[in-house]
Design a protein around this ligand. Sequence first.
Ligand SMILES: CC(C)(COP(=O)(O)OP(=O)(O)OC[C@H]1O[C@@H](n2cnc3c(N)ncnc32)[C@H](O)[C@@H]1OP(=O)(O)O)[C@@H](O)C(=O)NCCC(=O)NCCS
Length: 177
Amino acid sequence: MSAAGVIIGAAVDRDARGLVELRRAILEEAAWFTAEAGEVPDDVRLRTDRMREARRSGNQVHLVARIGGDLVGAVAVEGGRLRRVRHVGRLEIMVGRAWRGRGIGAALLEAALASSRMHPALEKVELAVYAHNARALSLYQRYGFVEEGRRIRQQRLADGSYADEVWMARWLRPLSG
Ligand SMILES: CC(C)(COP(=O)(O)OP(=O)(O)OC[C@H]1O[C@@H](n2cnc3c(N)ncnc32)[C@H](O)[C@@H]1OP(=O)(O)O)[C@@H](O)C(=O)NCCC(=O)NCCS
């Protein structure tokens, strides 16, 4: 792993609290995700149920990054629930503010792509990112994601400004046929 001292592993039930706290802190930054803090229900019980469902699903990956005892980042790839989109996984990644810019996001993304390849049902990974999120865009491009489309002024932020949303994707294996 490139980031010193970081251990990436599958999310387990006892990570639920750390995940809820990490997500809450990142939503409070109000800069990177659609949901605003407190807008979407999220607690330890819901998070635990979601991880258990993920383990049963066959097309979901939930990983966390730990440094010592701290949960410092997480990534999820969730395949579609309906048959026609089961092969497409939606990626969401986050690293705690104090830990950014040290290669943890790259380590998480690399591990998520490797784990996704182990699920035969998953073929494509997609994501949506704000056009102003330079750090995330740079990371996704480095790992082979390409822009598939852009939704202009798709989100209206609390200060009244608008954000464009960029849709990116990459295939997990070479395309055949
Ligand atoms: C996006 C995120 C997951 C990246 O994790 P990270 O640990 O900071 O990423 P890394 O350190 O592995 O790499 C970040 C990349 O951004 C670059 N970078 C760092 N600071 C930057 C900045 N201010 N502007 C542009 N690029 C920057 C790094 O050089 C690196 O690019 P490279 O791989 O081409 O060298 C993390 O910043 C984060 O959680 N942000 C808030 C939540 C978020 O935006 N999630 C994604 C929503 S789509």
